[in-house]
Write a protein that binds this ligand. Structure first.
Ligand code: SF4
Ligand code: SF4
Length: 394
């Protein structure tokens, strides 16, 4: 095999949490202890040497990189302290930037030096929209108690659509649209690379329905059940944090879909759909329980990561911590905004709500380039595994 090292990639690996890979001397202990590796397709030893050689193209189309759950079992047993689990994490981060669109945004989000810009961009977007809306004035405590944040962006007498919903849509929908397009483009490109790299060609193509029912749905079920996650031993605590987090996101997704339908569709005809929900409304209860699960889950992962880093004497990567801080910001600002509203402190409440909108915009807009992207890329890796073992493939 002719080796064409990508020197930029090697440089990236050194700066992104994979700087210990040069210590690897290929003993293969990591592949033996990895609970997710198989005899037919062992990892992560081969990824370690590919990374040392700078074989970027092989690594970005290596499904095993996405099947790793960063449990740390291999890192714990590596006799050379090469931290293969972290190396694979750094390769995954590189993959999301590599497949991300637009590439300028993907590079900005993955670069720690660009953090002020990464936070500043959504902060300015929300601020400018708030300014344009003309809603930049504080309500009285009484109004806040009655209206909640339903007039954050002001009010107009156009009952088809409230001004608040219109402005939130104008901020969030383009971000969601861009994220969905970026993920779709990234995943389809990755899928083609996986087929090429693994020499997979279809005997006959499944229909869209067959593809969803036979391959995507079982993969999603396996991920929600955390079946593979539970096989990890060294960092078993991660399952306890990861599971509530996944369930919280599902809960918040249901709440978001309900809000979008009730306010953007039904709300066009029924004015009563707008305004704050009662605390006893089942959707509100789901939102609050999910927010608490989100904070608890991310808190466990936070503590777990900090303890592992202390134990191993290493500094965490920007890629790992960025998503933890981002999710914590969404949960904490959301709950703080609600508490400040209930306590009747308009200035603090509006400030918290502003921060909440900024953190949500960051979550949506940057989803394809942060660790959050593993939700989709790993699901596709599970799906690819199923697909290539199926009768559809030659
Ligand atoms: S990463 Fe560590 S355990 Fe794995 S092959 Fe290299 S030296 Fe051995
Ligand atoms: S971090 Fe865990 S899942 Fe990933 S390669 Fe190491 S042992 Fe396997």
């Amino acid at each position: 095999m002719r080796v064409n090292p990508d020197l930029d990639f090697i440089k990236y690996m050194k700066g992104a949490g994979g700087d210990t890979l040069k210590n690897c001397y290929q003993c293969a202990t990591c592949s033996v202890v990895c609970p997710l590796s198989t005899d037919e397709k062992p990892f992560p030893r081969k990824e370690m040497i590919w990374a040392q050689w700078g074989l970027k193209d092989k690594l970005v189309s290596d499904v095993d990189v996405l099947l790793c759950h960063q449990c740390g079992d291999c890192t714990a047993y590596c006799p050379r302290g090469a931290k293969p689990g972290d190396v694979l994490g750094a390769i995954r981060a590189y993959m999301y930037t590599h497949y991300g669109f637009p590439s300028g945004l993907a590079k900005m989000v993955s670069n720690p030096k660009m953090l002020p810009m990464t936070i500043g961009l959504p902060a300015v977007i929300v601020l400018v929209m708030w300014f344009i809306s003309g809603g930049m004035h504080l309500p009285s405590s009484e109004d806040l108690a009655v209206q909640g944040y339903s007039q954050f962006f002001g009010h107009w007498d156009w009952h088809w659509l409230t001004k608040n919903v219109a402005f939130i849509d104008a901020i969030m929908l383009p971000a969601v649209g861009l994220a969905l397009y970026s993920v779709f483009r990234g995943v389809t490109t990755m899928w083609k690379d996986l087929e090429k790299e693994n020499d997979v060609s279809a005997k006959f193509r499944p229909s869209v329905k067959q593809f969803v029912v036979d391959f995507i749905v079982p993969s999603v079920k396996e991920i929600i059940d955390h079946k593979r996650f539970r096989e990890c031993t060294v960092n078993a605590d991660r399952v306890r944090g990861h599971k509530p987090l996944v369930l919280a996101f599902i809960g918040l997704l249901i709440v978001t879909i309900y809000s979008a339908i009730s306010q953007d569709v039904v709300g066009l005809f029924v004015e009563g759909m707008h305004g704050p929900m009662s605390l006893l409304n089942p959707v509100k209860i789901l939102a609050n329980v999910s927010a608490i699960a989100l904070i608890v889950g991310i808190g466990i992962l936070w503590g777990n990561r900090a303890a592992t880093e202390e134990q191993n004497g290493v500094k965490g990567s920007y890629y790992d911590w960025f998503l933890i801080y981002e999710i914590m910001a969404v949960g904490v600002t959301g709950l703080a905004a609600e508490l400040c509203r209930l306590m009747g402190i308009p200035s603090l409440a509006y400030f918290m709500y502003y921060l909440h909108l900024v953190s949500i915009l960051m979550l949506f807009l940057y989803m394809p380039y942060t660790k959050f992207a593993h939700l989709v890329y790993r699901t596709m890796a599970y799906t690819f595994e199923r697909y290539r073992q199926s009768s559809f493939v030659k």
